[in-house]
Design a binder for this molecule. Structure first.
Ligand SMILES: Cc1ncc(COP(=O)(O)O)c(C=O)c1O
Length: 442
């Protein structure tokens, strides 16, 4: 690539950036022009350690050779194939590979292009399934406060983040929310799974009692809520949700867009917690973030219920132009192969205790009011500046960046999720840089 390609363009105004403070950013833009393994390179030539796997997606690290080669080869061989009524081998091969990784009895994969689309797909499958089995009165969807399920209308309706919802009208009708499970007064500084709060799953019983089970199609939760600051489920909570859903014929959807593909040191959070949902939504780590792709992984019973009418009929009126796109399928196959060859899920599990101890060593750092961790995920919660929520964490983000560390902040929480190839030395570097950062900001 030539030098000029890496130069910052003169005019940044045309690109309306997502989830960004556009005006402030464009006054002081920070651009990445390269990446390799654990580091980004900035346009001014600095190395930045990736403490967040991009946006929770680059689980195998950056510019990994198998993935790069697979994409290059695929682009020259078969760039696109129509997704409806036609196929190409890699989409089928990939579905088989995903199924091999998925919990037993979840043998079917519906492709999407993002986490948001995986969520919409899962919600639509749940509603259509209930109708297909003669339970058409089950139309209600239940989400959770502080849940993040992407940005489309279904996802923001079941999601529980106020700014993501309040500007967009009435959203989907017939949605209720369970309370979130974050109980700082009881669980602060817990290492791993918090002790208190499994009883919050019983709130689902309250919602069932209010509306009657015959009106409820599905419940969707993130096993670990990532985007609202790493809210880890209390011990026993997810099993209790599973039991209540089973008892009442409600589909349970785990949104594993973050927790899937090794982030927990397991294939999925479903494996980590030993709780199997009916549908798993994925994206991010499926292709290492390299090419957009997501998938909803579906229990056999649900899939099979659709495969009953005349064979010449379309069974499910849903899909995307890019479902199972050849480039994305090639990237995903190479990603899964990289995870396997390098035993990255196992590596994450082995590193998790070191990660835990390193993060909790920040307990006494300035402003820290909580430290949480699970798998290779962590959160450092800061005391907010009175009357100025989010300001302190955003200062930490900027300061850490200047020190060559990328963190992610949400509210006054620093969220961390390094690529699974992170070394112990790099974990120490992340923690040291955060400690320094916190000692230098207001
Ligand atoms: C749990 C969860 N669901 C859905 C999404 C949305 O994914 P995307 O941004 O790919 O649409 C995210 C993104 O962070 C997520 O964390």
């Amino acid at each position: 690539m030539s030098e000029t390609n890496n130069a910052i363009p003169n005019d940044l105004s045309a690109f309306w950036m997502p989830f960004s403070n556009n005006r402030q950013y464009k006054k002081n833009p920070r651009m990445f022009v390269g990446a390799k393994d654990m580091h980004f390179t900035t346009s001014d030539g600095k190395q930045v350690l990736d403490g967040t796997a991009g946006l929770w997606c680059v689980n195998a690290g950056h510019c990994r050779p198998l993935i790069t080669e697979a994409i290059q080869k695929q682009a020259a061989e078969l760039d696109y194939a129509p997704a409806f009524q036609l196929g190409h081998p890699k989409a089928f091969e990939l579905a088989n590979r995903i199924v091999e990784l998925s919990p037993d009895g979840m043998d079917h994969v519906f492709y999407t292009n993002s986490g948001s689309e995986s969520v919409e797909t899962a919600l639509k499958i749940a509603l259509a399934y209930q109708k297909t089995i003669g339970q058409g009165s089950r139309t209600r969807l239940i989400g959770r406060e502080r849940g993040y399920h992407g940005v489309n209308f279904g996802g923001i309706s079941v999601g529980g983040i106020v700014p993501n919802r309040k500007m967009f009208g009435t959203l989907l009708a017939g949605v209720d929310h369970m309370p979130h499970t974050h109980l700082p007064e009881l669980n602060s500084f817990t290492k791993g799974e918090p002790q208190h709060g499994a009883n919050l799953a019983d709130e689902l019983e309250r919602i069932v009692a209010l509306h009657d089970a015959s009106t409820i199609a599905a419940v969707i939760v993130e096993p670990v809520a990532g985007s609202t600051g790493v809210l880890i489920p209390p011990k026993g909570y997810l099993q209790r949700l599973r039991d209540i859903c089973t008892k009442h014929g409600i589909i349970l959807i785990f949104d594993e867009v973050i927790t899937g593909f090794g982030r927990m040191g397991s294939k999925f959070a479903a494996d980590y917690y030993g709780v199997t949902p009916d549908i798993i939504t994925t994206a991010k780590g499926l292709t290492n973030g390299v090419i957009p792709m997501g998938a909803a992984i579906v229990k056999n019973e649900i899939h099979d219920a659709f495969m009953t009418g005349p064979e010449e009929m379309i069974e499910f009126f849903h899909g995307y132009t890019y479902s199972g796109n050849p480039m994305a399928a090639a990237a995903a196959l190479a990603t899964l192969e990289t995870y396997k060859q390098e035993s990255l899920f196992e590596r994450a599990a082995e590193l998790a205790p070191y990660w835990q101890d390193a993060l909790h060593s920040l307990k006494d750092a300035q402003y820290v009011i909580d430290v949480r961790n699970i798998g290779l995920i962590g959160a450092i919660e800061l005391e907010p500046i009175a009357g100025k929520p989010t300001k302190r964490a955003f200062s930490a983000f900027n300061k850490a960046f200047d020190k060559g560390l990328l963190v992610r902040t949400t509210g006054d929480i620093i969220a961390l999720s390094p690529p699974l190839i992170v070394s112990k030395g790099q974990i120490d570097e992340i923690v040291d840089k955060i400690r320094e950062t916190l000692s230098e900001i207001d």
